[in-house]
Design a protein around this ligand. Structure first.
Ligand SMILES: O=C(O)CCC(=O)C(=O)O
Ligand SMILES: [Fe+2]
Length: 297
């Protein structure tokens, strides 16, 4: 099945893909990435490892504590009763990976897979972010020290839950997300450029890139923070692995090249930490919190 128009970007196709990448990010805020250099065997191994971690007893999973608010275990809740997730803040830190693995009694094999995956994904995220900046005519190592968080998601779908919500409408809060969506079980929907939700069908061997609120702020409003949700379409467990390239530890601010008299600066500089707190306290999950950071004209 086709993907209702979600653009596809070939990572091996540069420089030929810059224009397509820029348009995908401005108009959609998401795209399928093919030929992404992440080993398919590693993706499959990782999927098996995270499935077994998510199948652990509740008492073990809740040892996965928050490092920053919302980064640890999320149990099924009133808002998202079919959804639970384990999380790791700062996948670039071997100590953080180690703590995560110890909390969940991961085996040496599981640790190795998680470490290799973290390394591969963190590299890919920075590579995609760099190409995206280049597609806007910028060069420089903006993203070198940016932190990556990852979250592994499990949707407990049953025959009774078909048609109900798996995860509510939201934008991702960071710069970009590499999503290894379930290669068999659909349900993810993104808002297309006309404002209509369209199904993102699984494409084995690929990943989906979503842009979040920080991409919109950093680009002075040029890049789209795509709204998305997960719906229950099939009565089977769905697993996804989301890796979020968040932001630098300094304030988020559009580079001067993206600001001129026709494109005045839209947002006050802010830190990611501050913004994350704002999203949590206001419960504005779909990008609306960014409006609170807008420079009033
Ligand atoms: O499970 C999915 O496909 C999407 C998950 C998601 O949107 C997220 O973790 O932010
Ligand atoms: Fe998301």
């Amino acid at each position: 099945m086709g993907e209702s128009g979600v653009p596809t970007i070939d990572l091996q196709g540069f420089p030929g893909q810059y224009e397509k990448l820029r348009r995908a990010c401005e108009e959609w805020g998401c795209f399928r990435l093919v030929n992404h250099n992440i080993s398919l065997a590693l993706m499959a191994d990782m999927k098996r490892v995270v499935r077994s971690l998510l199948d652990l007893p509740f008492d073990v999973k809740k040892r996965n504590l928050d490092v920053i608010s919302g980064s640890g275990y999320m149990a099924p809740s009133q808002v998202n009763p079919l959804y639970e997730a384990l999380g790791l803040y700062d996948m670039g830190s071997s100590q953080a990976v180690d703590t995560f693995c110890s909390q969940l009694d991961a085996s040496p094999y599981q640790r190795e897979v998680i470490e290799m995956y973290a390394k591969a994904i963190h590299g890919a995220a920075k590579d995609v972010a760099r190409k995206l900046a280049e597609s806007l005519g910028l060069s420089g190592d903006f993203f070198e020290s940016w932190v990556c968080q990852f979250r592994i998601n499990k949707y407990n779908f049953t025959p009774e839950t078909i048609g109900s919500s798996g995860v509510q409408i939201h934008t991702d809060s960071g710069f970009l997300t590499i999503l290894q969506d379930d290669e068999n079980v659909g349900g993810l929907e993104v808002m297309n450029p006309s404002g209509v939700y369209v199904a993102v069908d699984p494409v084995p061997g690929t990943v989906l890139i979503n842009l979040g609120d920080i991409a919109k702020a950093w680009s002075n409003g040029r890049l789209r923070n795509v709204q998305h949700r997960v719906q229950c379409k099939e009565a089977t467990i769905r697993i996804s692995i989301a890796s979020f390239l968040l932001a630098s530890s300094e304030e988020v601010e559009a580079p001067p090249e993206l600001v001129d008299s026709e494109h005045p600066r839209l947002y006050v500089p802010f830190t990611y930490e501050d913004y994350r707190k704002l999203r949590l306290t206001t419960k504005l999950q779909a990008g609306e919190a960014l409006e609170l950071k807008r420079i009033k004209s």
